[in-house]
Write a protein that binds this ligand. Structure first.
Ligand SMILES: Cc1cc2nc3c(=O)[nH]c(=O)nc-3n(C[C@H](O)[C@H](O)[C@H](O)COP(=O)(O)OP(=O)(O)OC[C@H]3O[C@@H](n4cnc5c(N)ncnc54)[C@H](O)[C@@H]3O)c2cc1C
Length: 397
């Protein structure tokens, strides 16, 4: 009897979901991609794609590979220049370089919202579709049910729906699927500056990643988010990531006076960090945020019908810059398994068992990144941290 062709339901059109969809499309495997968003989220940030960049390029069609620079915060930054400047870790007290990790094989800084917009071109993607539940048919099918009352039936569903994944909560009980909240105050906010200051900051900071631990037990990073007009520095958008161990009732309750709390922490910091915080306008918007992680626990893939990828499968802090790279690795591995299943070399159960084993093993990075987060708040021991020992290479390489 002829095998039914696969139909893959991808939930979540973030980095992982988009990469999966492109890989499936390239191999002529039927898929459909759903996302709950109708408009881009207000949150935006950049990621450094390093060791997974070649994997992403292999999943994308050639016309999108040639447009990857459009996903960058600064579309004029060449891969060669970004690789040469690498990732910069300074001493927050003095501003001196602690390590500069270079990537001769190439890195790209990608802005999340631009990446979603540029790379979703040509995909069968449906927005405004919030997954609510999954059900399984006697014929071996799986059905995804959405909040608007619609549904989609296919052979396999992959949850690429981020750190608070609903698909994960369908595959595991609430307790096992729940994220852990780390005990740090966390702020992630963007800002612009007058032209002279913006130009100074742009020249002063590393173009991809410029981060520092400070002896007061604090982490801060400066990053570029966008250069909408390369010739007008006043339009450039930067952002700050800052974390410190929860130290007060206000930190614990994450009260709205975030700029005041940040300013109370900034004395003793070197430039460029200190000046940036001093220059922030009083009305800068700093939303409530938390650092949440999830260590993978083996889930039941329902006989090869349901699995997870990216942050849904392993959510981690950004302190070692691995989450996005792992999301692409998951996408690459999932597509390879689907190709083998489609060609009849494996059953879907064998394909997903094999994929799940890899994804759970890659999840060891959650603990490594947690250690890195702790190390960024432990100045005296920072030189023993994973970034010093492993750089931003994947665990196990
Ligand atoms: C500040 C910051 C800095 C970072 N820096 C780096 C870095 O330098 N290097 C690196 O490798 N990684 C980095 N990361 C991590 C990286 O951004 C993530 O690991 C990556 O974006 C995860 O992609 P994803 O597709 O798994 O999830 P997401 O990008 O979160 O996408 C999930 C998608 O699913 C959708 N969705 C959610 N729920 C539902 C639902 N119920 N139904 C339908 N759709 C749903 C969402 O709308 C979203 O579009 C950073 C993260 C942060 C926050």
């Amino acid at each position: 009897m002829a095998r039914k062709p696969l139909h893959v339901i991808v939930v979540g059109a973030g980095l992982a979901g988009i990469a999966i969809a492109h890989g499936l499309k390239k191999h002529n495997i039927s898929y459909v991609l759903f996302d709950r968003e109708t408009t881009p989220r207000d949150r935006n940030w950049g990621i450094t794609l390093s060791w997974a960049l070649p994997l992403l390029e292999s999943l994308l069609p050639a016309e999108l590979v040639s447009q990857l620079h459009l996903c960058q915060p600064d579309t004029s930054l060449s891969v060669a220049a970004a690789s040469e400047q690498g990732v910069l870790v300074r001493d927050g007290l003095t501003g001196a370089v602690k390590i500069r990790m270079k990537y001769p094989s190439g890195v790209r800084r990608m802005q999340i919202q631009k990446t979603k917009r540029v790379l979703s071109a040509g995909l069968n993607v449906h927005y405004g579709k919030k997954l609510e539940s999954l059900s399984y048919g006697d014929d071996g099918s799986v059905t995804a049910h959405f909040a608007d009352g619609t549904s989609e039936t296919g052979s396999v569903v992959i949850g690429a729906d981020g750190g608070a994944s609903k698909v994960r909560r369908c595959l595991l009980n609430e307790e096992d699927a729940a994220q852990e909240v780390l005990p740090y105050a966390f702020m992630n906010f963007s800002f612009s500056l007058p032209a002279d200051k913006a130009r100074w900051l742009d020249a002063e900071m590393n173009p991809s990643v410029d981060v520092a631990p400070h002896p007061k037990g604090m982490y801060m990073g400066l990053f570029l988010l966008d250069k909408p007009d390369l010739d007008r520095p006043e339009t450039w958008v930067f952002y700050v990531l800052v974390t410190w161990p929860i130290a007060s009732k206000e930190d614990e309750e994450n009260t709205d006076n975030r700029l005041e709390r940040l300013r109370a922490h900034i004395d003793g910091w070197a430039d460029p960090y200190k000046s940036v915080v001093d220059w922030l306008p009083d009305d800068v918007v700093i939303g409530a945020d938390q650092l949440r992680i999830w260590h993978p626990k083996k889930w039941d893939n329902r006989g090869g019908r349901a699995t997870l990828a990216g942050d849904a499968a392993h959510s981690m802090t950004f302190h070692r810059g691995q989450g996005g790279n792992l999301a692409i690795k998951d996408a690459y591995e999932f597509v390879q398994q689907m190709v083998e299943a489609e060609e009849g070399k494996k059953s879907l159960k064998e394909a997903l068992d094999s994929y799940d084993e890899g994804v759970v093993a890659r999840g060891q990075e959650v603990e490594i990144s947690k250690q890195q987060a702790a190390a960024f708040h432990d100045y005296d021991n920072f030189d023993n941290s994973p970034v010093f020992k492993m750089g931003i290479k994947p665990a196990g390489s």
